[in-house]
Design a protein around this ligand. Structure first.
Ligand code: AMP
Ligand code: ZN
Length: 501
């Protein structure tokens, strides 16, 4: 078992009174890990047949906060976030073509080429948004034996049946012994009524809610593996069950994903797991709400999605201009993960001002004057921030409290409030830990882009000075040297501009 005995115990912060909203029980529960100080967390990762959009990033950012805060509290977290590269069909009802295989077929590439291309991009974007990498990032196609084994076990336990090389999970049979609809809080009858009457194209499955654990591959299907049931490929849901069990054990602490995964993917994950091990895999099921645009869920199929890269550059019809990654991160943290977050240029511009004010205040802290007494209650501020984070990772409230502190920082700076040396140290610690470590924000001035912008401003100022002295030789020398570095300088009526060539 991976929770190997650790001789010495770890320090868990005493103020820790974390409560997590559990979708399973529909209430906030005190967080009690199965095996402290270890915490196992599994989050359903992206299906990388295309670029991850900003909505996907919101979900992963929410779990980055969970990861960071748990680590901050002193837990040793094993965070597993998979990459789906096989089995995710075009519709949730186990129909249509495999998303990755289809893309590979259209582009005449290997499926792994597609996934690799988008995985590199995905990691680059998450890195810009300052997400910590998960502890393990398994690929579904790298865990075919585990998925086959689990399918065999479900068959042995009588909760699945095979028809012509495809293995189906028997939902109605399972529902007699386990609360199949517990997570979605719906009735089985309601679900049955919601499905189409005919089983057209699905004539091999017996029940309308049955889903595939393993699918027979048609001759043209690119991704195919041998199995006890012939050549085929795994269903989408089984991958997460197989990989979470492999890396986190038969029972672990947190399982997460976007709330759109509740009715099918997560419901079926629980079913598969319970059919094998007679229990729910995770204690706490956490679900993030959707990023919306004008009130509609951002999604590729609705055509209202844009990519993080487009948001950073401003190069998209929905965007007035570009916004930096840290402004985007800050914008997302201003909503609680269980609320929807509606994207608008207005809202993100407001977030930009807030972010800059927070960063400016952070720079002031080391230079604040100290006095014999404090008019600011730093311990109370600290408590309020932790209270918010302990209340189901309430980042908007934590930020509001930090901004209350920012008001005081400016007041101290201007001599309207006072601070003792000890309180100043506490204040610095609170902001460093909360803003940088837990919320994962960082000053942008060190970013390459900001640095280049600043340097170019300086170079062009110097160049315009030498030109005003009619020193055209130096001015041309600067222009030519910049051209060699791939920067084009244009002198126009309105002044001098520059761009990368
Ligand atoms: P997918 O690649 O479609 O499987 O999605 C990856 C993750 O992003 C899942 O956890 C989804 O629930 C989540 N997701 C998809 N669309 C959105 C959205 N608009 N806002 C927030 N999360 C989303
Ligand atoms: Zn999953």
């Amino acid at each position: 078992m991976y929770f190997a005995s650790h001789a010495h115990s770890h320090y868990i912060r005493p103020m820790h009174d974390l409560h997590i909203y559990n979708t399973l029980t529909r209430r906030k529960e005190p967080f009690q890990p199965l095996n402290p100080p270890h915490v196992g967390m599994y989050v359903c990762g992206p299906t990388l047949y295309t670029h991850a959009h900003l909505g996907n990033c919101r979900t992963f950012l929410s779990f980055d906060i969970v990861f960071r805060y748990l680590r901050h509290l002193g837990y040793k977290v094993r965070y597993v976030r998979n990459i789906t590269d096989v089995g995710h069909l075009e519709s949730d009802a186990d129909e249509g073509e495999d998303k990755v295989a289809k893309r590979a077929r259209l582009e005449k590439l290997e499926p792994m080429e597609i996934v690799q291309f988008y995985a590199v991009d995905f990691h680059r974007i998450l890195d810009k948004l300052n997400l910590l990498p998960p502890s393990i990032e398994p690929l579904a196609s790298g865990h075919i034996p585990e998925q086959i084994e689990m399918t065999q076990r479900i068959l042995q336990n009588g909760m699945a049946y095979e028809v012509n090389g495809t293995v189906w999970f028997d939902v109605e049979k399972f529902a007699k012994v386990f609360p199949y609809t517990q997570l979605s809080n719906r009735q089985l009858d309601e679900l049955l009524d919601g499905t189409r009457d005919n089983l057209e194209g699905q004539d091999e499955k017996r029940g309308r809610l049955d889903f595939a654990l393993w699918k027979r591959a048609t001759p043209g299907h690119i991704m195919r593996w041998n199995s006890p049931w012939g050549v085929g490929f795994p269903g989408w849901h089984i991958e997460c069950s197989a990989m979470s069990t492999k890396y986190l054990g038969e029972e672990f602490d947190i399982h997460g994903g976007g709330m759109d995964l509740i009715p099918t993917h997560h419901t079926n994950e629980i079913a598969q797991h319970a059919a094998c091990y007679h229990k729910n895999p995770a204690r706490y099921w956490m679900h993030t709400n959707m990023l919306t645009v004008n009130g509609q869920k951002m999604s590729k199929s609705l055509g209202n999605s844009f990519l993080p890269a487009e948001l950073f550059s401003g190069n998209h019809p929905l965007l007035e201009r570009g916004y930096s990654p840290m402004v985007v991160r800050f914008f997302m943290l201003q909503a609680h993960y269980r609320s929807t977050l509606d994207f608008s240029n207005f809202a993100i511009q407001a977030a930009e001002k807030g972010f800059q004010r927070l960063m400016a205040a952070l720079e002031l802290i080391p230079h604040l004057p100290v006095s014999d007494t404090s008019t600011v209650d730093v311990p109370a501020l600290r408590q309020a921030v932790y209270r918010a984070m302990n209340d189901d990772f309430n980042t908007p409230v934590a930020l509001a409290e930090l901004f209350e502190g920012v008001r005081h920082i400016y007041a101290i700076h201007e001599g309207r409030d006072t601070l003792t040396a000890a309180d100043k140290e506490q204040l610095q610690k609170l902001y460093n830990e909360m803003v940088f470590d837990v919320l994962g924000l960082k000053p942008e001035k060190n970013s390459d882009d900001t640095l280049v912008t600043g340097l170019m401003q300086l170079i062009l100022d110097i160049r315009s000075e030498v030109r005003s002295k009619k020193d055209y030789a130096t001015s041309d020398k600067i222009r030519d040297a910049l051209a060699k570095l791939g920067i084009q300088v244009k002198d126009g009526k309105e002044g001098t501009t520059w761009s990368r060539t």
